[in-house]
Design a binder for this molecule. Structure first.
Ligand code: PLP
Length: 351
């Protein structure tokens, strides 16, 4: 009795390989000192776990609204932005209208469209890993999708698409979701549009700023839009511990997060420089906390050579346009050094 739609899905892929240095999931390398951990444990120990959490996560929203400089009424929280992508895939337009997104991109847009049986209007990126505007406009004319997902910057390619191209797509009458999961590394945003316009929302997440384990995604929209989406939200979708810990991390311990973000930005630029110097490596510029690169060798073999040397990256070479490409998350300086050394060694092993 399970629908064919669901039977045809393949389970979500995550990296399960064991490795000393894990640079595969774009997590922030945030190491909490003992006293911080104790403080968190104390707060968590006070939680009455027999009670439901605040369904509106009001205290967390208050802190977020200060960070984002938007009203609490502009915010909808999700169990990760993944959940918000599900909500948007149901809430926007009628089910017989399609969903547009450039590919390759974040897999949840495709998964959500498939789950809800919506037509997928997928348009390959151009050779600069930017939106192919003529091809996109053509596909939009043909299929008239009603919803667009734009990863900004794009995962797994790393760069922000040209702003005017996104605006041209939106101009065709698509409700446009700007997924700014990597905002803290790009500093580029459509937030002002999201607050003002009925056709634009922004997604943020705590996952890439050191709190992936808490599962907190943030949708920012005009009040009327946020109100509608909030109606379909599962009532207690942000767990009690997540509400408590996220609030603490975004207030008292936020300087630790900022410090780690700044380190990653510096390291990203260093890593980019080092990779650019390496013979046989083509590296793509990044506005995010990861870097896409291509080698002359089969990606699966290079991936395994790195793994043998204790470094786990993401093999993205099966995606359109990304032949022989791997994606590496930016880690701590010593992790990045270990990656660079493993890469040089691995490349030598091919010759
Ligand atoms: C990592 C990532 C997310 C985060 O999803 P969460 O469910 O909030 O962990 C969202 N969008 C993109 C493009 C990402 O790369």
């Amino acid at each position: 009795m399970i629908s064919d739609r669901i039977k045809k899905l393949s389970p979500y892929k995550t990296e399960t390989a064991q490795a000393k240095i894990r640079l595969s999931s774009n997590e922030l390398p945030l190491h909490l000192p003992e006293d911080v951990r104790i403080r968190i444990a104390q707060e968590v120990s006070k939680i009455p776990i027999n009670k439901y959490p605040d369904p509106n996560a009001s205290e967390l929203k208050e802190v977020l609204s200060e960070h984002l400089k938007v009203k609490e009424e502009n915010i909808v929280l999700g169990n990760g932005s993944d959940e918000l992508i599900y909500y948007l895939s149901v809430a926007v337009g009628e089910p017989n209208r399609g969903v547009f997104y450039p590919v390759p991109t974040f897999p949840m847009y495709e998964i959500s469209a498939k789950v809800f049986g919506r037509e997928r209007v997928e348009v390959p990126l151009d050779e600069n890993m930017d939106i192919d505007l003529p091809l996109s406009l053509n596909a939009i004319k043909t299929h008239s999708p009603v919803l667009a997902f734009i990863s900004y910057p794009n995962n797994p390619t790393g760069m922000c698409f040209t702003q005017s191209k996104i605006e041209s797509i939106r101009q065709e009458g698509l409700f446009t979701v700007i997924d700014e999961a990597y905002f803290h590394f790009s500093k580029k945003t459509f937030l002002e549009d999201a607050i003002k316009r009925e056709d634009t929302v922004v997604l943020r997440t705590l996952s890439k700023i050191g709190m992936a384990g808490l599962r907190v995604g943030i949708l920012i929209a005009k009040e009327e839009i946020a109100y509608e989406i909030n109606k379909m939200r599962l009532p207690f979708n942000i767990t009690y511990p997540s509400q408590v810990i996220a609030r603490l991390m975004l207030t008292e311990f936020y300087p630790l997060i900022e410090e780690s973000i700044n380190t990653v930005i510096k390291e990203r630029d260093r890593l980019f420089g080092e990779l650019s110097q390496m013979e046989g490596i083509e590296v793509f510029p990044s506005d995010a906390n990861f870097i896409l690169f291509r080698s002359n060798f089969p990606a699966e073999r290079l991936y395994k050579e790195l793994l043998v040397r204790g470094v786990l990256v993401r093999n993205v070479s099966y995606l359109p346009r990304l032949e022989r490409c791997l994606r590496v998350s930016v880690g701590l300086p010593q992790e990045n050094d270990a990656f660079l050394e493993a890469l040089e060694d691995s490349l030598k092993s091919f010759t």
